[in-house]
Design a protein around this ligand. Structure first.
Ligand code: NAP
Length: 471
């Protein structure tokens, strides 16, 4: 795919960009290395000031940035504005807390024959961030804000369909005061990632995207012994038990499935409903899905815009048709409208069997898989029955059951009586084929740090005290 903005609501090519030449990539890498030498000597107070200035810029420029995102990938203007606001909040969060998260951690010096012992966090250097288009600002900011506050340098390889957002980010941190080279966008296609990641100046990589891209980037990083964080796909379960507030669950279910036009890694995708409340939930859920207004993403009354790419729409359509061919029942939606652009309506599919692709695959569009179960154990078995393990949702008013779900759901995140969302205060990430490592919270800023152990003996001591052994 070439690097271009194609309006998903019309399918029209609006702007295309040349891929960087080898020489331009080299210049970016050289600037990143110099930028790291400068950034690592700055103080938390310096970086917090610049990060706060970045938040201010985002807030001032919110409407223009949001319009650009809507044009590039089709999310509604309202949700794009909310995304920009959330990014400013993320910048402010790390500006306020980075120093505390990365403070020296004292160890029990006496127990190891030292007069002083502690762990210290150091930045690693330039980190390559391979990012997706679905939250084109937030996915990048949730990496960049902690990385820069730790003193690391960011190199962004953004998805090829959001180049204007990539270029905006390329300038944002410099405009906010960060040194040259602290954060840069690489206008390259995915085939050029290997060369960048192999470069010795690049110390680590983070990738948010599909399983295939994650495997590929992690394999390259492995060859060069570089750390990776992978935020990959998910097929999050949304379990509804008999004690749940069924109306509320159905209302949230429609939002949880169709947020961002159905293209969120942590969207609820499989609805696993206890038979005692199955009919009531299904009626309410289908009514809410059917009532969502699909249309111009810039219009205020629109709930759901087009899918971001033609390829993405074709994949969603094929997954639904595959299920229908094998006997699944469509309760609403299921047919693409006859209009230009990559539209697909809110859809609910039930009577699914394991042979159908939708049963275990991620569906990256507004399509819900609806299952009936007759016990807690059956619900857990189905919920944990994919290779993914990103977010998960359970609806129950029974405190004992809430505890069990929190323990038994095999996922990086469990939300009870609510919709999975990312918060700077909570770690974000998955298990299994959803990836590894965590973003956000204190954990997120530590992922790309060298945690150095420091042991200090009495003056003149040559090494570790008696009884210690060296590695
Ligand atoms: P994708 O194709 O994997 O693209 C994501 C990024 O990876 C893009 O920058 C893409 O560049 C690059 N890329 C693709 N293949 C690559 C390769 N072989 N080597 C190096 N880079 C490569 O993902 P998508 O289909 O656009 O995005 C949807 C997926 O992302 C879904 O599975 C979704 O669940 C997942 N996602 C996960 C999270 C999370 O936090 N866990 C968040 C959002 C999305 P090009 O655009 O140039 O191909």
């Amino acid at each position: 795919m070439s690097i271009a903005t194609i309006d998903p609501s019309t399918g029209q090519l609006l702007k295309s960009f040349d891929e960087m030449t080898d020489r331009q990539v080299e210049e970016v890498l050289a600037r990143a290395a110099v930028g790291f030498d400068t950034l690592r000597t700055t103080t938390f107070a310096d970086r917090a000031r610049w990060m706060t200035a970045a938040a201010d810029l985002l807030e001032v420029e919110r409407d223009d940035v949001a319009r650009m995102m809507t044009t590039e990938m089709g999310k509604t203007y309202a949700s794009a504005k909310a995304e920009v606001t959330k990014c400013a909040m993320g910048c402010r969060y790390y500006a306020a807390h980075a120093e505390r998260f990365l403070a020296d951690e004292p160890a029990d010096a006496a127990a190891i024959g030292a007069v002083q012992a502690y762990s210290r966090y150091h930045p690693m250097g330039p980190v390559l961030a391979v990012m997706p288009w679905n939250f084109p600002l937030w996915q990048v900011l949730r990496f960049a804000a902690p990385a820069l506050m730790a003193g690391n340098v960011g190199l962004l390889k953004h998805a090829s369909n959001v180049p204007q957002t990539a270029l905006y980010l390329d300038e944002l941190f410099r405009r906010a005061g960060f040194p040259a080279g602290a954060f840069q966008a690489l206008m390259i296609e995915s085939s050029a990632v290997e060369r960048v990641l192999a470069d010795p100046r690049v110390r680590a990589a983070t990738l948010t995207g599909s399983e295939g891209a994650g495997r590929s980037v992690a394999a390259i990083a492995g060859q060069h012994i570089k750390k990776t964080v992978l935020e990959l796909g998910g097929s999050d379960p949304f379990v509804v038990m008999p004690s749940a507030d069924v109306e509320r669950a159905a209302e949230v279910a429609a939002v949880a499935r169709c947020q961002n036009n159905g293209q969120s890694c942590i969207a609820a995708k499989r609805f696993i409903v206890h038979t005692e409340v199955f009919d009531a939930f299904t009626d309410a859920f289908v009514a809410r899905m059917s009532a969502l207004r699909m249309g111009d993403p810039m219009a205020e009354e629109t709930d759901i815009g087009p899918l971001a790419t033609e390829r993405g729409r074709a994949e969603v359509e094929e997954q639904v048709q595959d299920a229908v061919r094998q006997g699944a029942r469509v309760l609403c939606g299921g047919q693409r409208p006859d209009r230009a652009g990559w539209w697909y309506p809110p859809t609910v599919v039930t009577e699914l069997t394991p042979a159908m692709r939708m049963y275990a695959e991620e569906v990256f569009g507004p399509v819900a898989a609806l299952h009936r179960v007759s016990s807690y154990d059956e619900a857990i078995e189905l919920a944990n029955g994919t290779n993914f393990g990103l977010g998960s949702n359970a609806w129950t008013r029974d405190p004992a059951e809430q505890e069990r779900f929190a323990t038994d759901l095999d996922a990086g995140m469990v939300f009870i009586n609510g919709m999975t969302t990312s918060y700077p205060e909570l770690p974000f990430g998955g298990v299994g084929n959803s990836g590894y490592g965590r973003e956000l919270s204190a954990q997120g800023i530590r992922e790309f740090c060298n945690l150095k152990a420091v042991w200090v003996g009495e003056g003149g001591a040559a090494g570790p005290g008696a009884g210690a052994h060296s590695e």
